[in-house]
Design a protein around this ligand. Structure first.
Ligand code: HEM
Ligand SMILES: [Cu+2]
Length: 536
């Protein structure tokens, strides 16, 4: 645990994030269990508040935000650009310690009594009224925030300074572009929320009048500061996943991503516009009508770069020869779920519809489709893609594909009924609904789906661990993929990544240059690769 090797730090993150994911999942299971009955007899309202707060806090701050950057980014970013390590290896290790310290503090706050103000910590509930362990919890999140800032800093410096000779900006893999854009958001946004959390702590402990009207503060100010970070934060969660998808689509369609430059710039575009649309979380917060209209327009504009990506991935597959490997099944899962999540966004972005839908299960369904559907599918897809590189072993394709299917089906059964519930008016964060027993059937569907989904999320732990023990050797390039990490490094890569200095001469994703890589694939029994004429 004193290693400065980015690859080992990535594995440390993999273990710690998985642990947090299990805890967050447990809380989610209990929340869903409570909602199978309209009367809410299992928990008191206070216990329920603490459960969903714990779920949200753990999942957002300790799973999805660090997820892809800290695990996959740490492992493959230096390899993909031909660097020996990140720019600041010690800082990287410090980031992991801050993550763990933050997690321990937050979990302590749960054990000492819990937190009941939700993951959004709206004032004045969080600052004046709640008697729960909010101060301690915020302190933990503050630590975790620094972990995020330092990782962002490290990635930006690495991408600027450590690229292999010949690797110009427009030869960089799209995953790197996505990580770069994400890192910019981490650097610019996280300090704002970190300070905001400190202000809440000061208000709680020293009665500073910042957010609470009783003390002369303004609760809407908190929302502005909070969402100024937390909307861009949703792109911290989804952009890396989009980067992963670009890699998988290129590799398993055996083509350069259609409109590579557009996809690269759309990452930067999403990051930039993401900072202008936080107000769509505040339509009913008493901000002015003009503000509502402006935020609404800007919100609808951010859909454009996401649509560009989706269109370009589809075109890449359409013109390529698609290989159905486990990571590719996750790509299709991602596309299906992201589409549903994305298409329900504009309903929430349009002021008039949002006034009806805000605070309901429609919102819950929407952001789970994006964050869990989008970000976790990308994380799983990427993990299955780079697993052979990380550990040098192949896993069972059968279990891999089956799991992807179980996750997809379970996911839809869990969250689709919540759109209906939201439309029918079921509010989020209530532990009973005896005034509307007709909602029970959808809630039972949702809980049943969550059970399937839970099983789906547990399965990889077994067959991926099994692969470490008895998996076939993967060799350096089991997918026959293009990219520095596949073409120049062993699996797993040696401590300094490469035996020689990498010099880049080819354009990115130069799949046209490969004649035949079937020998790689025979090793693990995959169908042979066939290449199509490139007729663009
Ligand atoms: C791209 C990834 C996206 C992620 C990760 C994401 C995530 C989220 C989250 C976490 C919330 C819940 C906030 C809360 O706790 O109240 C939310 C709500 C919202 N999202 Fe998204 N979202 C994404 C895309 C979009 C898009 C494309 C749109 C619109 C075009 C959109 C519009 C909204 C709006 C307006 C709300 C506020 C709903 C309300 O509380 O009334 N989102 N989103
Ligand atoms: Cu937002």
């Amino acid at each position: 645990m004193l290693t400065k090797d980015h690859k080992r730090i990535a594995v440390l993150y993999l273990i710690s994030v998985t642990f947090m994911f299990l805890l967050g999942g447990l809380a989610a299971g209990l929340v869903r269990l409570e909602l199978t009955s309209p009367h809410g007899q299992l928990f008191t309202s206070e216990q329920y508040n603490k459960l969903f707060s714990a779920h949200g806090i753990v999942m957002v701050f300790f799973v999805i935000i660090p997820g892809i950057p800290a695990i996959l980014g740490n492992f493959v970013l230096p390899l993909m650009i031909g660097a020996r390590d990140l720019a600041f290896p010690r800082l990287n290790l410090l980031s992991w310690y801050l993550y763990v310290l933050g997690a321990i503090i937050v979990l302590t706050s749960f054990i000492l009594g819990g937190v009941d103000a939700g993951w959004t910590f709206y004032t004045p509930l969080s600052s004046l009224y709640s008697n729960s362990q909010i101060t301690l919890c915020l302190l933990g999140l503050f630590m975790a925030g620094f972990s995020s800032i330092l990782t962002g800093l490290n990635f930006v410096a690495t991408v600027h300074k450590m690229r292999a000779p010949g690797l110009t900006w427009f030869k960089m893999p799209l995953f790197i572009w996505a990580q770069y854009a994400t890192s910019l958001i981490m650097l610019l946004g996280t300090p704002v929320v970190a300070i905001t959390l400190v202000l809440v702590i000061l208000e709680r402990t020293l009665k500073f009048g910042i957010f609470s009207p009783e003390l002369g503060g303004d609760p809407v100010l908190f929302q502005h500061l909070f969402w100024f970070y937390s909307h861009p934060a949703v792109y911290i969660m989804i952009l890396p996943s989009m980067g992963v998808i670009s890699e998988l689509v290129a590799c398993f369609s055996r083509r350069r991503v259609f409109g590579y430059e557009f996809v690269a710039f759309s990452s930067i575009g999403i990051a930039a516009i993401g900072f202008l649309i936080w107000g769509h979380h505040m339509y009913i917060s008493s901000q002015s009508t003009l503000q509502n209209i402006v935020f609404s327009l800007l919100t609808l504009i951010v859909a454009v770069p996401s649509a560009v990506k989706t269109f370009n991935w589809s075109m890449t597959m359409y013109k390529g020869s698609v290989q159905f490997t486990t990571p590719m099944v996750y790509v299709f899962g991602f596309l299906g779920l992201f589409l549903v999540g994305g298409l329900t966004g504009p309903y929430l972005g349009a002021v008039a519809a949002d006034v009806h839908l805000t605070g309901t299960y429609f919102v819950v369904a929407h952001f789970h489709y994006i964050m869990v559907g989008g970000a976790i599918m990308g994380l799983l897809g990427g993990l299955h893609f780079w697993w052979p590189k990380m550990f040098g072993k192949m896993y069972s394709e059968f279990w891999g594909k089956l799991t992807a299917l179980v996750v997809f089906v379970g996911f839809n059964f869990t969250f689709f009924p919540q759109f209906i519930l939201g439309y029918l008016g079921m509010p989020r964060r209530y532990h009973y609904y005896y005034f509307a027993p007709e909602w029970q059937v959808y809630n039972i569907m949702s809980t049943a789906g969550a059970t399937v989904l839970g099983i789906g999320y547990l399965l990889p732990m077994f067959y991926l661990t099994a692969s470490l023990i008895k998996g076939k050797d993967a060799g350096p390039n089991p997918w026959g993929a293009k990219g520095i990490e596949w073409e120049h490094a062993d699996s797993p890569p040696d401590p300094h990544n490469f035996h020689h200095t990498v010099v880049v001469t080819e354009p990115p994703y130069n799949y046209d240059a490969i004649q035949d890589n079937d020998e790689f694939r025979k090793k693990w029994g995959a169908p042979p690769v066939t290449y199509k004429e490139d007729n663009v």
